[in-house]
Design a protein around this ligand. Structure first.
Ligand code: NAX
Length: 332
């Protein structure tokens, strides 16, 4: 018997990540090869944008995906969120030249408050929400704060792209295929304060730190490379990451819905409340997690050395500051 159709909503669907992401969702790569999907594509209610969105719909029709059971294009978030099983939030206010981080937060607070409140009233209580639009962690926190009817564990923000970047750089350094690298971690914020940690990582079953055996490279090349990779791509492409972001979103949703392989963990920014690593409660902080039965669990018991503690604190502090600013803007 075929599975019930799953409704997937994408906000900001007319943008460049949306375009790169849709093939993953429609081909069965993200939710499984036997999972039919219906798409709710939301973008700004502006004529040119809606026309472009309809062009994407035409291409989806022409791509003849057997698993694709319908496409709704809309400028109305209420229509987009109603009946969604998964919501992938790409739509955000972009950072413009001369904008301070606070200005960016202010613009995005408005969007994520409004969309969070709508999710609260029209979405199902079991909906899973992934926030990608930047500043992703704090936008996610705002949406979750404004949607108290939906469990906090149903909200997450994307750090899987940073995670995948770390895996790739380790594989390149050790000259091994990417699938031999596991259990690298991104702690904290999806920003340049994030801490890419390889202390628990393995390469072909051996400790990555011992395989690489180069602390100088780890601290002075690897960590800054991952922290600044997004900026390096913008400098080279004159556009931000889209192909790799789409792959990371697909990986994140795949693992959240279908589970992580035994013994492996991945990075997801999730509610920090009650974590065992000393990170303040009430943040959306990236942790190592494993997933099963549609739920994430923070991997416990990893050893944290002094170097890691300091890095984890720095990114926590940035998230605490962002939260404070966001709550002031929201008047909470
Ligand atoms: P684009 O500018 O190509 O697309 C964004 C789309 O969102 C546009 O079509 C725009 O009309 C729409 N939009 C804006 N406000 C909206 C609203 N209120 N409701 C609905 N739609 C709205 O950006 P793209 O390259 O696709 O990136 C999307 C977001 O992902 C950006 O905020 C970007 O900074 C962020 N990223 C986050 C990453 C992460 O790892 N967390 C990595 C990739 C990416 O940089």
């Amino acid at each position: 018997m075929s599975k019930p159709v799953m409704t997937v909503c994408i906000t900001g669907a007319a943008g460049q990540i949306g375009y790169a992401l849709l093939p993953h969702l429609c081909s069965g790569k993200t939710f499984g090869p036997d999972q039919p999907v219906k798409l709710h594509l939301l973008d700004l209610n502006i004529e040119g944008v809606q026309t472009a969105l309809n062009g994407v719909k035409m291409e989806l029709e022409d791509a003849t995906y057997p698993l694709l059971k319908g496409v709704v294009c809309t400028g109305d978030a209420k229509v987009a969120f109603t009946g969604a099983d998964a919501v992938i939030m790409l739509g955000a206010f972009p950072r413009k030249d001369g904008m301070e981080r606070k200005d960016l937060l202010e613009k995005n607070c408005g969007i994520f408050k409004e969309q969070g409140e709508l999710l609260n009233t029209v979405a199902s209580k079991t909906v899973k929400v992934l926030v990608v639009g930047n500043p992703a962690n704090t936008n996610c926190l705002i949406a979750a704060e404004c949607a108290p009817n939906i469990p906090r564990e149903n909200f997450s923000a994307l750090t899987r792209l940073d995670h995948n970047r770390a895996i790739a750089q380790l594989a390149i350094k050790a000259s091994v295929p990417v699938e031999q690298v596991q259990n690298s971690i991104i702690w904290g914020n999806h920003s340049s304060t994030q801490y890419p940690d390889i202390n628990a990582a393995t390469i072909n079953g051996k400790k990555a730190k011992e395989v690489v055996n180069n602390d100088e490279w780890y601290k002075n090349e690897f960590i800054p490379c991952i922290q600044k990779r997004g900026a390096a791509i913008i400098a080279a492409r004159k556009l931000s990451s889209a192909l790799s972001a789409a792959q990371a979103i697909s990986d994140h949703m795949h693992d959240w819905f279908l589970g992580t392989p035994a013994g492996q963990f991945v990075s997801m920014a999730v509610d920090s409340t009650g974590n065992k690593y000393g990170v303040a409660d009430g943040l959306i902080y990236s942790f190592p997690v494993s997933c099963s039965n549609g739920k994430w669990t923070i991997k416990e018991g990893l050893e944290i050395d002094d170097f890691s503690k300091e890095k984890m604190k720095a990114t926590e502090q940035e998230l605490t500051d962002e939260k404070k600013t966001a709550m002031e803007i929201l008047g909470k």
